[in-house]
Design a protein around this ligand. Structure first.
Ligand code: NDP
Length: 433
């Protein structure tokens, strides 16, 4: 804690995992002896670099770039790139740490890493975005590779940004290889990658609900955010019979008791890059309120937080429970504070933790890597079926592990322990490195 005192999000993520691992410490003294715990919380490598670019006024701007290569115990480093003004080393380290265990849960051979910059894509022109992405990649390219480190999208990094970064990599390295995932379909991307995190979240939540005698059918659902994860979580939840009544962005939230018109949200967010409040212009039955956390005051059966870290605190969790919410499943990374999680567990809320519930994105990135290596592409149905199987297996693994450690129904403990064990065995087998 002392060594990372300036990184509260990293300490939060590590504390949650280490607390879950207490029963493993007792059962596996060999892992303690191999120093696995101490090594697991220290990234293998952390890169920080200058990202200079020229804005539309001809002025030089300087951002800070990051890549944390956390663990290569079970495969090449793998994890997204976040572009958001709140990015600093602590955010990237917490995301990288979570990624190590999440990637392990997918059953695919991927290590963990994360990157990003404090660059704010909001309000920037296409040209500015491109110049930033090119500059970012001009440094990053020497540290990544199809068998070394394969970045992807995250907050602020979508298809457009991945495209600009990929183009610059190709130019610098003079090779066409799968060094990024989330690529466009015309240059090596995989079908279903765009939908994967949101769809995967619903596949995971669906099996978790069914294992507890419930389902999405006829349920009222609140989904925070209106980005990549949120949009496809809404799409799949509706397909599974739910009614989604609210979505948000970092300014505020919309409530549409008739059910959100997703085609309108897609047009606003994916095509026109506008704000969620503009939804009410064409939907008079809906209301918009400022302040994104107010979304948790809307009564719902199932909450799917899909925006950002720590978006549900203790007070919001208590309101959710009071209003009858019985399931919280996480599309975003670490969206619930530790105090919120305590509220879920104390009230018997079915809780799908991020590193299990949102692993569908990186799992499909793993499938994109396989297709790139084999130089072929699978159909939508093939990838979707594989994603579904992976999410079902992740749930099974979390469920069985929780039971094996005497914590039935605690999928957070199950996810942390199951994700950890595979990485830990690999670290032990490879010696002190
Ligand atoms: P996007 O950039 O597409 O969308 C993010 C959404 O969350 C936007 O609606 C954004 O609003 C909102 N948001 C971002 N920051 C904040 C904030 N500080 N407060 C309130 N709202 C905020 O990102 P993604 O959908 O890709 O990512 C969302 C979450 O899911 C993140 O936690 C990410 O790490 C996680 N995730 C993403 C995966 C993926 O495949 N994309 C995979 C696994 C996890 P605004 O437009 O106002 O900024």
């Amino acid at each position: 804690k002392k060594r990372n005192a300036a990184e509260p999000e990293f300490i939060q993520a590590v504390t949650e995992v280490l607390e879950s691992l207490e029963p493993v410490v007792e059962k596996r003294p060999d892992l303690v002896e191999a120093g696995v715990f101490e090594r697991l919380v220290e990234p293998e490598r952390q890169l920080m670099f200058r990202v200079p670019w020229v804005d539309d006024q001809g002025k030089v701007q300087v951002n800070r770039g990051f890549r944390v290569q956390f663990s290569s115990a079970i495969g090449p480093y793998k994890g997204g790139i976040r572009l958001h003004p709140s990015v600093y080393l602590g955010i990237i380290k917490f995301l990288g740490f979570e990624q190590v265990l999440k990637n392990s849960l997918t059953t695919l051979p991927m290590g963990g890493g994360k990157g990003g910059s404090d660059f704010d894509p909001k309000g920037k022109s296409d040209g500015e975005i491109m110049r930033f992405c090119q500059s970012f990649m001009t440094e990053l390219y020497r540290h990544i590779g199809a068998d070394t480190d394969v970045p992807a999208g995250d907050i602020g990094t979508g298809a457009r940004e991945v495209g600009y970064m990929y183009g610059q990599y190709k130019r610098l390295a003079n090779e066409f290889t799968g060094i990024l995932t989330g690529k466009g379909l015309t240059y090596g991307g995989s079908l279903v990658r765009t939908e994967a995190t949101g769809y995967g979240l619903c596949y995971f939540t669906d099996v978790m609900l069914k294992a507890n005698g419930k389902s999405f059918e006829g349920q009222t659902v609140v989904v925070s955010g209106s980005g990549n994860v949120s949009i496809y979580a809404v799409e799949k939840a509706v397909e599974m019979g739910a009614k989604v009544v609210a979505m948000s962005d970092s300014n505020g939230y919309i409530h549409d008791p008739n059910g959100i018109d997703l085609a309108c949200v897609k047009q606003l967010k994916e095509v026109e890059r506008r704000r969620i409040k503009d939804y009410v212009d064409t939907h008079p039955g809906a209301t918009y309120k400022e302040g994104s956390t107010g979304i948790w005051t809307i009564p719902c059966d199932i909450a799917l937080p899909c925006a950002t870290q720590n978006e549900i605190d203790k007070a919001s969790a208590e309101i959710l429970v009071k209003n009858g919410c019985y399931c919280v499943s996480e599309g975003a990374n670490m969206p619930s504070t530790p105090e919120a999680i305590e509220v879920y567990l104390a009230n018997g809320v079915l809780y799908g933790p991020a590193k299990a519930a949102n692993a569908g994105g990186v799992a499909t990135s793993g499938l994109e890597m396989s297709q790139n290596s084999a130089r072929l592409s699978w159909t939508f149905e093939e990838v979707d079926q594989k994603l579904k199987n992976i999410m079902h297996n992740i749930f099974k693994n979390c469920d069985e592990t929780a039971k094996a450690y005497g914590m039935e129904g605690n999928y957070m403990a199950g996810a942390n322990i199951a994700g950890f064990l595979k990485v830990a065995e690999a670290m032990k087998a490879q010696g002190c490195v």
